[in-house]
Design a protein around this ligand. Structure first.
Ligand code: ZN
Length: 206
């Protein structure tokens, strides 16, 4: 009794693998508690000794392991670089930037930092409630958007920092690398022919 999740059934879709010698299957295990709340866990299996070496399952398709590694690597490098840039910029220009954005009209701050969510009226309210300092800090807490906000602010303030400019070029290259890798990945997805789909009351065997 209680709200413990119990296994109920599995929905299995089996697709032909890329080399055609085996298959890959996508299994959705459904769990339910005494209050009929349901939870589904997806488990994928590649049943082919060759394809399991080369592919991962992505969505309903197979994707080359090397491709997903490339986009993942670029993403990790981007994150690291963003953090380095934010630390550098805050160390040098935090006070100037804070004075700048907290003294321009709120709408301009909201637009300059491309905040989007929350909307301007809510941003205004939050700003009044939390104060400028914590709003400043909060909106610079996530690496990739933080560095964009910082760079835009410094540009508007006409502050030129060679080190940051070099890093910005490097960051743009990484962004392109990641975009290309993701594009390559989606262009080279293999979706096999659906061989069979069925429901089973057997629990997960993995
Ligand atoms: Zn295969």
């Amino acid at each position: 009794m209680g709200n413990k999740m119990e296994f109920v059934y599995t929905e299995v879709h089996v697709y032909q693998c890329a080399c055609g010698k085996g298959n890959y299957s996508i299994n959705w295990h459904t769990y339910r508690d005494d209050y009929f709340n349901e939870d589904t866990r997806k488990i994928t299996v590649i049943n082919c000794p060759d394809c399991i070496q080369t592919y991962n399952v992505s969505g309903l398709s197979l994707t080359h392991k090397v491709n997903s590694q490339n986009s993942g690597k670029a993403a990790v490098e981007m994150d690291g670089l963003c953090k380095t840039m934010v630390v550098h910029a805050l160390k040098r220009y935090k006070v100037e930037m804070f004075n700048y954005v907290s003294n321009i009209p709120v709408a301009r701050w909201h637009r300059l930092w491309k905040i989007g969510s929350p909307t301007l009226p809510t941003f205004r309210k939050n700003l009044k409630r939390d104060g400028a300092e914590s709003t400043f800090k909060y909106n610079l807490s996530y690496g990739p958007s933080a560095i964009e906000r910082i760079l835009d602010t410094l540009k508007e303030m006409e502050i030129h920092d060679d080190q940051l400019l070099n890093w910005e070029n490097e960051l743009n290259l990484l962004k392109k690398e990641k975009r290309d890798a993701i594009k390559f990945e989606t262009d080279h997805l293999f979706t096999g022919k659906l061989l069979k789909e069925y429901k089973t009351y057997e629990g997960p065997q993995y």
